[in-house]
Design a protein around this ligand. Sequence first.
Ligand code: COA
Length: 533
Amino acid sequence: MGILTSAVDVRSDAFRANRAHYDGLLATLRDRLAACTASGRAELVARHHARGKILVRDRIDLLVDPGTAFLELSPLAAWGQYDNGLPAAGIVTGIGLVAGTPCVVIANDATVKGGSFYAETVKKHIRAQEIAEQNRLPCLYLVDCGGANLPQQDKVFPDRDHFGNTFHRQCRMSAAGLPQVSVVFGGCTAGGAYIPALSDQVVMVEGNARIHLGGPSIVKVAINEEVDGETLGGAAMHTRVSGVSDHLAADEPQALARLREIVAELNLGRDLAAGAAPVEAPLYDPAELGGVVSHDRRIPYDVREIVARLVDGSRFQEFKPEWGATLVCGWARIHGRPVGILGNNGALFSESSLKAAHFIELCDQRAIPLLFLHNITGFMVGAEAERGGIAKDSAKMVYAMSIARVPKISVLVGGSYGAGNYGMCGRGFRPHFLFAWPSAELATMSADIAANVMLELRRGNVKAAPPTDDELAAIDRAVRDQYGEQSDPYYATSRLWDDGLIEPAQTRDVLGLCLALVSTVPDAGPRTPVYRM
Ligand code: COA
């Protein structure tokens, strides 16, 4: 396999300028992550502790194997919404090792609106379940949840992908052999009660944990019965009388230790290290990535510079290096796992689209997962491109990618616009994982192009009077503002359009974990034939 040679001079002015710009992006990311992972308001955190409860991320620390990483998903969900009063959307999800078994953890943060569900909470919960299902992982629920957030009920309750869907998934995953286990830490009402009630096995913490379909106030209103929470749904009652709970724990550490014991006996036998080649560090430091990515979108850079800092030994077997130059395709290993990489080096032309389709088919035939590195303005437009059949050639790329059975992972390193996002396996194409760098932008097109299109449409409007300069300037400003706000990576991650913003230097390790997960899932069956493009 060839070894990539970097042409980047880390002492150059260009590198320093890129690095300084990226350091600013990273500082913002770290500040926002710190705010989002600090749980709810200070007085609610203090009350939580005063009740003898442990904060949600500390619970996860106690749960996962010491010294192993926990990959937290979408920590910036709901960022910038609800006056920033819903940190992490009130729920922590992620993947970690528990008693040696990779598990998805879904944990309510009771210090954020009582762990009740907003639209982003539901979406994040469902996305974690989807990841569990796709990667055949058990789900561990750390439940501390007031159910649907009542004022938000129309956004979380009635529709197909709302709260009910989480329970549908829970039942179906359990039936498909993916264990669903809950520990209950606090008051769980209605939907919050169904999470443990539909679990295969339940642990409750004495004193604080409650499970009831209706809490004391609902009971009073509905049937005029006066009952306290402990009598109605306490841990002792449910473990000794109703049988809703299977294990009573004296405190939270004991409950988490019990959960670890349960996971140790799940008999799943999943070894994430199985089948991996020895791991080699890249020849070029991943910490240099911030200096590689151009701080100005108009100044191009070679995506091979990114690949050289992500893959084992910077080894890369490039496919068709002399054809379809605007898409770089090739095979490499990350943390010892084979991967087929597609990275943009400019707009996608017919040739690069056909090359992509051919490469995807080869990876599918060889059962090699695909990694898409997005930095794409779109497929080529214009008379020459259309005469050359860009509509059908781009469709071939989209089609080949859509039907490939191999796992797909996308990382947005730069722009991801329009149909280019589709061809490169954007969210709509259900990649197994999709992460973004803080330099990402996601929209139908750039603000500049969108503003010009809208101006053209206004000028061409035959029903209205010719536009004034002021009107055109107002349209231009409004479209630029809208696209500027909505293509921002924080806007995207807040709405769960990705699985989280990650730092370039962390990307190799995140991909290593994802590839280990997808590579140890049983084979997906028949493959796409290789049609030469
Ligand atoms: N909908 C809307 N807001 C809710 C809520 C819900 N289901 N559950 C809790 N909250 C809010 C509270 O209004 C409070 O908001 P604030 O931070 O603005 O003051 C915050 O969450 C904390 O609630 P609080 O009751 O003080 O916390 P607690 O730890 O003492 O109790 C619960 C937590 C979940 C046991 C309790 O809030 C509760 O029983 N909630 C109602 C549950 C319910 O009836 N759900 C039905 C869903 S269909």
